[in-house]
Design a protein around this ligand. Structure first.
Ligand SMILES: Cc1ncc(COP(=O)(O)O)c(C=O)c1O
Length: 368
């Protein structure tokens, strides 16, 4: 609970993070991983230097990201090892060189799944007399990026190995399509696809190509990979640092608590049975379907009937309870794009404002 006289000062819509709940999520992640060295949390969920510092306090030095702004935010906040888990193409190729120059102390790795960008990356690094670690992005069944396990994957990995500007860093295996609600079914799905990854690693190693690490999974599959007796696996969940209503619904077995909320105010009661809040699509992520954008624990019957840029219209039998100016706390359905909509989060502890955490990497470009 946030004290009313504290809340009243805040401009809405506001992203509000509970410090103790968030820290408990982080600690549970380390506990599940068994060792901070097995954990490589994805920072896309928070994009906040303050969160990276919390990770460092827990001994987690390896981090994952999807953009150069996130990579720069991580490095500036003190991360020692950064995996930019995104295929590097076009103008981003020169940003690899720039990143290596600006942060030579950071162990930096990028992804590749195709020979052409690999060649362009190699050329740029040779010209600059630089090198970088490269991980092969492997197609898991998500069918988003990656090269399918097989001969072409082995050829591409060999090309990384044979290039003195590139260091083979292992395999990237992200299976974000596995959303089985039942833990046992999810585990069976993970293990059946994982076999192809293990086989690929074995084939590479049989050819004398080292595979130091496999970076695997997100939040849903985290406990399953954590349970594998495989010292070569690093775990890369992201969402569970804040968790959200979507994942709480999708993965009821996970021990995390939604710790980020949106504070919103009633701005109108336009017709009977309706209230309108200042929680538009510029404050809470607009992933489809419209009915699943945010959940209000104090208003369980609320139905979202309209979601515009600055307006969220709810239908509820309880509309009479509300007057313009009244506050509601909602749990976003998808926290990662929601946090990116805010310049900062208000961090609360014991009902009071504790800090403001800047969402530094919400921009596409910082200095690089
Ligand atoms: C490549 C990659 N790794 C890890 C994650 C983290 O997954 P989750 O959001 O389920 O924690 C994501 C999420 O989008 C991702 O795209």
């Amino acid at each position: 609970m946030i004290e009313e006289n504290v809340r009243r000062q805040w401009v809405t819509p506001a992203l509000v993070v509970d410090f103790d709940e968030t820290q408990a999520n982080l600690r549970k992640m380390v506990e599940l991983a068994g060792d901070p060295a097995r954990l490589r949390p994805h920072c896309k969920t928070h994009k906040m230097p303050a969160m990276v510092r919390l990770w460092l306090e827990l001994g987690v030095t390896r981090h994952k990201c999807a953009t150069f702004a996130e990579a720069e935010m991580l490095a500036t906040a003190g991360a020692e090892d950064v995996l930019l888990a995104y295929n590097i193409v076009g103008a981003n190729i020169d940003r690899v060189v720039a990143f290596r120059r600006q942060f030579p102390q950071v162990r930096f790795t990028v992804l590749v799944d195709h020979p052409e960008p690999l060649r362009a990356l190699s050329d740029a690094l040779h010209r600059a007399d630089q090198h970088v670690r490269v991980m092969l992005d492997v197609e898991t069944g998500l069918r988003r990026t990656g090269i399918p396990p097989g001969e072409a994957a082995i050829r591409l990995y060999r090309a990384i190995h044979e290039d003195d500007a590139l260091e083979p860093a292992g395999l990237h295996w992200y299976d974000g399509h596995l959303h089985q609600r039942d833990r046992g079914e999810r585990k069976a799905a993970v293990l059946s696809e994982w076999e192809a990854c293990r086989k690929l690693r074995a084939s590479l190693e049989a050819e004398g190509l080292p595979v130091p690490t496999i970076v695997a999974g997100g939040t849903g599959t985290f406990p399953i990979y954590a349970g594998l007796p495989d010292p070569g696996v690093e775990l890369s969940p992201g969402t569970c640092v804040f968790h959200d209503a979507g994942y709480a619904h999708a993965f009821p077995d996970l021990p995390f608590t939604p710790s980020a909320r949106l504070l919103t105010r009633v701005i109108s009661r336009p017709t009977a049975g309706r209230i309108t809040l200042d929680a538009g699509t510029k404050a809470v992520a607009a992933d489809p379907p419209q009915e699943k954008r945010i959940v209000f624990p104090d208003l369980p019957d609320a139905r979202i009937v309209l979601h515009n840029e600055e307006h969220l219209v709810l239908e509820t039998d309880e509309a009479d309870r509300f007057a313009p100016g009244d506050e509601l706390l909602g749990i976003p359905w998808h926290i990662c794009p929601t946090s990116a909509l805010h310049r900062e989060a208000i961090v609360v502890r014991h009902g009071l404002e504790y800090a403001r955490w800047v969402v530094a990497a919400r921009d596409r470009q910082l200095t690089i």
